[in-house]
Design a binder for this molecule. Structure first.
Ligand SMILES: NC(=O)c1ccc[n+]([C@@H]2O[C@H](COP(=O)([O-])OP(=O)(O)OC[C@H]3O[C@@H](n4cnc5c(N)ncnc54)[C@H](OP(=O)(O)O)[C@@H]3O)[C@@H](O)[C@H]2O)c1
Length: 261
């Protein structure tokens, strides 16, 4: 695991938002929705730790937040790699303190063009599960334990409509997202009463690299801007009283947060 420190200026404006001083770890934060979530969380005052494999892209994303006055750190790691995930929680806590908000956003489709199940190699299914389910479980287990000891925290699992609809070709990805949803519900049931909550959110179709990889023929103009989706999700996260433990939400049904002053 490579570590890149991009901590913000202590005199930054990041202390002013509704999430001031809250700590967040976001996986898959170098591009797409994860990057947009990190940007919006930092804009609302959270201190963010960003994770992805491409260290240079991740560092650039963290530095962009820092330049705007936010607090952001980059930790390059493969969420599907057991040896990389185990040190993440400690490294993140060393940078920003105990994590209040853990967003499992990193995800892989597996090979593209998306194969039918009969054409899916077992090894490819295993890799999809390692990144999309086992990694989040491993990281969640470490961080949720710390949250439970402190009596507060939120686990957010970024899901997909492929978790509930069986689309031909989306088998490996879809079953991994269904498992992720159930992981979220099980955390919610087991941690009920501890002060730690768990939810999953389907972000809807967005104009990102993942969508282009999956459906190259899609018209980007018909897809949501990940920044707009992130704004809806962060608006919910900024209102802890509105978060129902164990819920599975669709980002399109979430309301926006008023513009930060
Ligand atoms: N886009 C859509 O229409 C759509 C629809 C429904 C659900 N979603 C979900 O929304 C989330 C974000 O998707 P997106 O469209 O923003 O994807 P994206 O643009 O492809 O970005 C994926 C991010 O995850 C990182 N990542 C991928 N594999 C990783 C690994 N093994 N370890 C650590 N980081 C990894 C990538 O960086 P590196 O490559 O550098 O690691 C990148 O930062 C995903 O959970 C996806 O399943 C997306």
């Amino acid at each position: 695991m490579d570590q890149h420190d991009s901590s913000g200026d202590p005199a930054s404006t990041s202390g002013a938002g509704p999430l001031a001083g809250r700590t967040a770890l976001i996986t898959g934060a170098s591009q797409g929705l994860g990057k947009a979530l990190a940007e919006e969380l930092a804009r609302q005052g959270a201190h963010v730790v960003m994770v992805a494999r491409d260290a240079a892209a991740l560092e650039a994303a963290a530095q962009a937040i820092q330049k705007r006055g936010g607090v952001a750190h980059a930790l390059a790691a493969d969420i599907g790699d057991k040896d990389a995930v185990h040190p993440l929680a400690g490294a993140a806590a060393a940078l920003v303190g105990p994590i209040d908000l853990l967003i499992h956003n990193a995800s892989t489709l597996g090979p593209t063009p998306l194969p039918l199940l009969l054409d899916t190699a077992c090894e490819d299914l295993e890799r999809v599960l390692a990144v999309n389910v086992v990694g989040p479980f491993r990281l969640g287990k470490i961080i949720a334990g710390s949250m439970a000891l402190r009596g507060t925290g939120l686990l957010v699992h970024i899901s997909s409509d492929a978790a509930v609809n069986a689309y031909p070709g989306w088998g490996a990805y879809g079953l991994s997202k269904a498992a992720l949803d159930h992981l979220s519900r099980t955390w919610a049931a087991e941690l009920d009463g501890t002060g730690v909550r768990s939810i999953s959110i389907d972000p809807g179709e967005m104009n990102t690299k993942m969508h282009a990889d999956a459906i190259p023929s899609a018209d980007p103009a018909t897809l949501a801007d990940p920044a707009a989706v992130a704004a809806r999700i962060v608006a919910l996260l900024a209102r802890p009283e509105a978060i129902v433990n164990g819920a599975r939400l669709e980002a399109s049904s979430l309301s926006m947060l008023p513009e930060a002053s």
